[in-house]
Every structure is written in C-alpha cells, then in structure tokens.
Design a protein around this ligand. Structure first.
Ligand SMILES: Nc1nc2c(c(=O)[nH]1)N[C@@H](CN(C=O)c1ccc(C(=O)N[C@@H](CCC(=O)O)C(=O)O)cc1)CN2
Length: 284
C-alpha cells in the first residue's frame, strides 16, 4: 500500500478562508478580531512560528499585536503585560509563545490569561471544559489533528486510536478529543510496554513523542490513518517528523507530511479560535 497524503497546507488554507469569512462578517457588525502574541526571548524556532501566526492574522483580516520581550524579562513583568492585555477590550485573544525562558513559571503565566481570551486552550478552565464537553477553546494542535483525520473521510467512532505522548498541550487533549468523537483510545508513553504491538493495532495513530523517526513501518496497522505531530530539526538542518515517513507510508492508508502537515493546521486553528473569541466578546 502507498499511503495518501493528508495535505496540511491545503487544509490550513481552507480553514483560514473560513476564518477570513467569519472575520468579514464580524467587521460588518463593527468588531475586528485581534490577537496579541507575546514572545519572550530569541528562540529561533519560536520566532518562525510567531512570524507565521502574525502573517496568518493578516491573511485572515485579523488584527494582531506582536509583542517581543527580551530574554531577561521577569515573571512579574510578563504577568503585568498579560494583565494589561487581559484588560484591553480591543484584544480578543492572548497567546504566550512556549517554551518560555527557564526562569519563568509557564503555569503561572497560562493561569493569568483569562479563559475567554485563552485562544490556545491551555488554561485550566478551558482544559476542564474540554474534558466535560462544554463550549471552550480547543488547543490548536489536537483540534487540527482531528480536522485532518476527518478530512480523510475515515469515520472515527468505534476505531482504536493510539496516541503516543502525554503532554498537556498535545497528547492528553488529542486523546480526549478522539474519545469525544467516540474512538476507543489508548495513550502510550515512555513507560508503555509492548508499544510496537499496541501501535500496530491502531486504526488511527497520533505520534507526539518528540523523537525523529520514532514510529517505523512495523508499528503501523495496514490501512491506518497516521498523524505525525513531531517537528524535530535534524543535524542536517531539515525538519523530521516522529514518524519514519518512508516505511510508514508503505503500510498506512493516510499519512501527514512533515513539514506541511500538523504545523500549518495548528496555526490555522488558532485563527478560528481568535475569531470565535471576538464573536463571544461581541455577544457579551
Ligand atoms: N503558545 C503556544 N506555544 C506553542 C504551541 C502552541 O500551540 N501554542 N505549539 C508549538 C509550536 N507551534 C505553535 O506555536 C507551531 C509549530 C510548528 C508550526 C509550523 O507551521 N511548522 C511548519 C514548519 C515551520 C518551520 O520551518 O520550522 C510545518 O510543520 O510545516 C506552527 C506552529 C510549541 N509552542
């Protein structure tokens, strides 16, 4: 079997067109969605992602505030900036780019973002609402994964979905969203025994391990949908997914590429969350 590609870039363009249309409709009612993005420090990858987000905003007609703070910014200073944006009615979404420098407590910063402006869906209130199926902002990467799976036309209900990775921003929420779609979900991690056998029984496999080429063809069930969340920069300077694409594509029915897969979808889903935040603010 030679897997079909789930084209993240094309899907992301579709999602951004949706966001742009919704933005137009909001502007006609007198409200312009606005996203504030805070980047602390000079991490080169984060700079690329933030630039991408600001460009996406422009493409969708969304206003943006690009806030760059030096590496030595203190936690108190960062909290003060977040508070300022929290109190600014013109700002609908606040995103603090992760990772933060080691001297800043990420949790304290995420907790300071009001849930109604938390377009990353990382705050405890949004995480809790997601768990119980209440309206909330879904974290962008997992939400993008679901949209990519759905784009294949393969029904999720009843399928065995295996998520490798248990991070708060990808693995856990991806598992919860798959469960909410009535998949039977297994979460695997570094201590999991029989990982190969579990993965090889997955109809849907989401790899969020953070290790290049970790998932190989022998771990894929023939005909599976494989979603590769990994973005690992190799010594060759190129980006590599968590999935060994060549061998996995021989077994899977559908597979996401890296680059051009989950990454662009993460950014596109952020645009939808920002428009939604503006709509909710208007309704309030
Ligand atoms: N506040 C947040 N911080 C981080 C998040 C997040 O969702 N919110 N996720 C990741 C990084 N991330 C988004 O910020 C992200 C990563 C990658 C891409 C992307 O488009 N990747 C491209 C390749 C880009 C490149 O050349 O490096 C691709 O995969 O095609 C977008 C967003 C951690 N931090």
């Amino acid at each position: 079997m030679e897997a079909k590609l789930i084209e993240g870039k094309a899907l992301a363009a579709e999602v951004k067109r949706e966001a742009a249309q919704q933005t137009e409709a909001l502007k006609a009612k007198g409200i312009t969605p606005c996203l504030a993005v805070i980047l602390v420090g000079e991490d080169p990858a984060s700079q690329v992602y933030v630039r991408g987000k600001i460009n996406d905003c422009a493409q969708c007609g969304i206003e943006s505030r690009n806030i760059r703070l030096p590496e030595e910014t203190t936690q108190e200073e960062l909290l003060a900036r977040v508070d300022e944006l929290a109190g600014d009615p013109a700002v609908h979404g606040i995103l603090v780019q992760l990772p933060l420098p080691a001297h800043i407590d990420e949790k304290a910063i995420i907790d300071a973002i009001p849930p109604e402006k938390d377009v990353d869906g990382f705050s405890p209130v949004n995480v809790g609402r997601m768990q119980i199926g209440e309206p909330c902002y879904l974290p962008c990467t997992p939400a993008g994964c679901i949209r990519m799976i759905e784009s294949t036309g393969v029904p999720i209900p009843g399928k065995h979905a295996v998520v490798i990775g248990r991070s708060n921003i990808v693995g856990k929420p991806a598992a919860m969203l798959l469960l909410a779609k009535n998949a039977t979900v297994t979460i695997c991690h570094s201590k999991t025994q029989n990982l190969q056998a579990i993965c090889a029984s997955a109809d849907i496999l989401v790899a969020a391990v953070g290790r290049a080429g970790f998932v190989t063809g022998d771990m894929i069930k023939p005909g599976a949908v494989v979603i590769d969340v990994g973005i690992n920069r190799g010594a060759d300077g190129k980006l590599h997914g968590d999935v060994d694409f060549e061998t996995a594509a021989q077994k899977a029915a559908w597979i996401t590429p890296v680059p051009g897969g989950v990454g662009p979808m993460t950014r596109a889903m952020l645009m939808l969350n920002t428009v939604e935040a503006a709509r909710r603010a208007m309704e309030k």
